[in-house]
Design a protein around this ligand. Structure first.
Ligand SMILES: Cc1ncc(COP(=O)(O)O)c(C=O)c1O
Length: 376
């Protein structure tokens, strides 16, 4: 398992018992951002804060990325408070209040407009900033969560994009380009390069004769699988070398790639038993604190940090790691062989920082929430 060192182990051991905790290391995001900056030199990187909005992680991103991509009024407020130099505002259900907040932003803000109705709302709110039309076009990319090239609630249909641009212009909106976020967790660099090149070419054609194209946002989706694989950013850089954007700013807005390595979920074993021939390790916490394995239906790798073991120690055993909820779906790992495990051990799930705590549903059953720890 990658992403585990003495600092993490010390933080895990220092947790109160029984522990369910998130440990964040903003420097892991800073490292990922630095390598991406090198690969995408000359282009813009916004951090999609939906992946991980922990204040320390967000502050690090606000300092080092070109700006923050937000998808709600709450995220706009948090990104502004974190000191973002620039904001982009996506999301398919913006309310009149959200649009008013966008119009009043003191931080430079660009709206990714998701529908014709939203364009009318933006004009009504008196939004005077730049607007990019989010369009569902192209072929679905390999990855999880295909958002374009498939019927989804996101953006404007490609066939309606020209009319939407004309509508936006007739409303007096300052249309600068397109937002073409396509997928999440794409591990195929060649396919991602094709998406970028194709998006730039399409955007020029769609803007021609209507408005000067200044902005092409190809979205996020750079892969960082929770099981450890990451997209090859070297191949990405090579594939994009020499790309002529025709003077338009080329924008990437990754979340997962930047945040995944910055978070560890820790859950303490509170019981071990065999039921119907299968061994279970039951932990404090579970999928209400770390929903991703249940949401995606995979087994998240873990490492055992032995605790004070006062109970029976189980050796060379295949255990299913389950949480404290009253549902058989509360499973963090469906079956993993461990040399030994016992009550009091802490299980550490690395590469969990993206869409881990953020997408969790912690109200169920009223258990206490996780500890939130930030490494300095
Ligand atoms: C509009 C938009 N931009 C960026 C992202 C970030 O995607 P990822 O975390 O896969 O990079 C998402 C994720 O859903 C999104 O919806």
């Amino acid at each position: 398992m990658t992403g585990f060192d003495e600092r993490i182990e010390a933080a895990v051991r220092a947790l109160p018992s029984p522990s369910s905790a998130w440990i964040y290391d903003p420097s892991a995001l800073v490292d990922r951002l630095a390598s991406l900056r090198e690969a995408l030199a000359g282009h813009t990187i916004l951090y999609a804060m939906k992946a991980c909005a922990n204040p320390a992680v967000l502050a690090a991103a606000a300092r080092r990325a070109d700006g923050i991509e937000c998808a709600s009024g709450g995220e706009l407020a948090a990104a502004t408070a974190a000191g973002a130099a620039r904001l982009a505002f996506s999301g398919p259900a913006k309310t009149p209040g959200d649009l008013a907040a966008a119009a009043a932003s003191d931080v430079p803000l660009l709206v990714h407009a998701e529908s014709e109705r939203e364009l009318a709302g933006l004009a009504a709110a008196g939004f005077a900033g730049p607007v990019a039309l989010r369009v569902n076009r192209g072929r679905a990319l390999p990855g999880t969560h295909q958002m374009t090239g498939a019927p989804t609630p996101f953006g404007i249909d490609a066939a309606a994009a020209a009319d939407a641009a004309d509508l936006a212009l007739s409303l007096g909106l300052h249309v600068v380009g397109f937002h073409l976020h396509a997928v999440s967790n794409c591990l195929d660099a060649a396919a991602y390069v094709a998406h970028v090149r194709d998006s730039v070419a399409w955007a020029h054609g769609a803007a021609e004769g209507r408005f000067p194209l200044r902005y092409v946002n190809v979205g996020g989706g750079l892969g960082a699988d929770p099981r450890g694989d990451v997209i090859d950013v070297g191949a990405l850089a090579a594939g994009l070398r020499g790309l002529d954007t025709g003077g338009a700013e080329l924008v990437f807005e990754p979340g997962r790639y930047l945040a995944a390595a910055a978070g560890w979920y820790v859950a303490e074993v509170v019981d071990v038993k065999t039921v119907q021939g299968r061994a279970f390790a039951i932990v404090r916490g579970g999928t209400h604190h770390f929903r991703l394995p249940a949401a995606w239906g995979y087994s998240h790798p873990f490492r055992v940090v032995p605790g004070p073991r006062e109970d029976r120690v189980w050796t060379d055993v295949d255990v299913r790691v389950c949480g404290e909820l009253c549902t058989p779906r509360d499973v963090l790992n469906g079956g993993g062989r461990v040399p030994s495990i016992a009550v009091g051990d802490r299980l550490v799930f690395a590469n969990a920082g993206a869409y881990g705590w953020e997408i969790s549903h912690d109200r169920f059953l009223g258990h206490p929430g996780p500890e939130l720890v930030v490494l300095g």
